[in-house]
Write a protein that binds this ligand. Structure first.
Ligand code: NAD
Length: 342
């Protein structure tokens, strides 16, 4: 039997710990796996594009466990009452090839994206950062806010979204969180004076959410929403004047903000900073950019975290046949027949 974690099971786990404790625990798993980066099979994710969205498969393995995620990105979906991003995934035992866990990953993706963003910011932002501009107040946004509070102590956030109802929702969800919120008039206004700026908008276009002049010296940019060919958020001039950090260069050159730059544009992979093999921020005035697209190892870490966190009664799925004689798969048909007759 394969363990199954559905939306309700994951919600119970996150509610029981609280989102910030859950995300902090997840950061430990993601960071642990980034520090052993070379142990993993890596490939850019396999994307199937349409005019309005993308469906992607994200596999990786460390030789002991194998994980994959199915994820979509359809910025138009909220117009018809659907989420922009949904996902599910699995973790399997490499020794036998048998799946161990199948999980919902829509919530888990929001949690792991926030965990990875905050992990990157902890390594790259100025250590005394306390304020954040948050542009794009959709599904991912509250998770980002909680992660930055938990890991960096962010306690003031200026929000902006082209949809005022999304800002209302963000404010309602964050009431009582200990974060003071200012409604900005524009993305530039949200970025004004912020130590960290997170862009997490959804639009299948080369948008310019922020221009070069909008970003002050020393800012750390957490650019989350540009994650597909033809879907970016930042003015290329920002990247030219910043130090840019990515997850997996090969995938980021296809999908990230750096798709706008020449193929030899210099970037640093985040795992190298986390494991002391490369420098992060080198001065207070430097602008750092985490050009996040989401990489398979983050989902692997999230599934591993989930698997290790399971306790009590687990729901299982009847997914793999359980046979006395593993060569007699056909024999199942007569067992079923016998059961039916009985
Ligand atoms: P969502 O549709 O729920 O929210 C996106 C918000 O962006 C909406 O409220 C929309 O009104 C707002 N928006 C669109 N254009 C804007 C603009 N020009 N200025 C200000 N706001 C604008 O989507 P979501 O699930 O929150 O995802 C947000 C983005 O993050 C998507 O692009 C998604 O693909 C991406 N994402 C990235 C990762 C990663 O690992 N990097 C993971 C998950 C999602």
């Amino acid at each position: 039997m394969v363990v199954f974690v559905g939306v309700n099971e994951l919600l119970s786990m996150v509610r029981a710990r609280g989102p910030e404790t859950f995300i902090s625990g997840l950061v430990d798993y993601v960071e642990h796996d980034f520090r052993r980066w070379t142990a993993f099979d890596k490939t850019p994710r396999i994307a199937s594009h349409s005019d309005i969205g993308v469906i992607e498969l994200m596999p990786t393995s460390d030789g002991k466990l194998y994980g994959f995620k199915f994820v979509n990105g359809h910025p138009i979906n909220p117009k018809t009452g659907r989420l922009t991003v949904t996902a599910f995934g699995a973790l399997a035992d490499v020794k036998t090839g048998y799946p161990m866990l199948i999980s919902e990953m829509t919530l888990l993706t929001a949690l792991r994206t926030a965990a990875t963003s905050a992990m990157a910011a902890r390594a790259l932002a100025r250590p005394d950062s306390r304020t954040m501009g948050l542009v794009g107040n959709g599904s991912q946004s509250e998770f980002q806010a909680h992660a930055f509070k938990a890991l960096l102590g962010i306690d003031r956030i200026a929000i902006f979204d082209i949809d005022p109802a999304a800002m209302d929702k963000f404010e309602a969800n964050m009431a009582g969180s200990g974060i003071s919120i200012r409604r900005a008039k524009s993305a530039a206004d949200a970025a004004d004076g912020a130590d960290i700026v997170t862009t997490v908008t959804a639009d299948k276009t080369n948008a310019t959410i922020l221009r070069d002049g909008d970003v002050g010296p020393g800012t750390h940019l957490n650019a989350v929403g540009g994650d597909c060919p033809g879907k970016t958020e930042l003015d290329a001039a920002i990247l030219e004047n910043a130090s840019v950090f990515v997850e997996y260069t090969e995938q980021s050159r296809i999908e990230g903000e750096i798709q706008q730059m020449d193929k030899d544009f210099a970037v640093t992979e985040l795992w190298k900073v986390l494991s002391g093999k490369a420098k992060g921020r080198t001065s207070r005035d430097e602008i750092t950019v985490f050009d996040s697209v989401g990489f398979a190892i983050e989902d692997f870490s999230a599934l591993r975290y989930l698997h290790d966190s399971l306790s009590g009664k687990r729901r299982t799925l009847d997914l793999i046949p359980d046979l006395d004689n593993p060569k007699n798969l056909f024999g199942l048909l007569s067992i079923e027949k016998a059961t039916l007759v009985a």
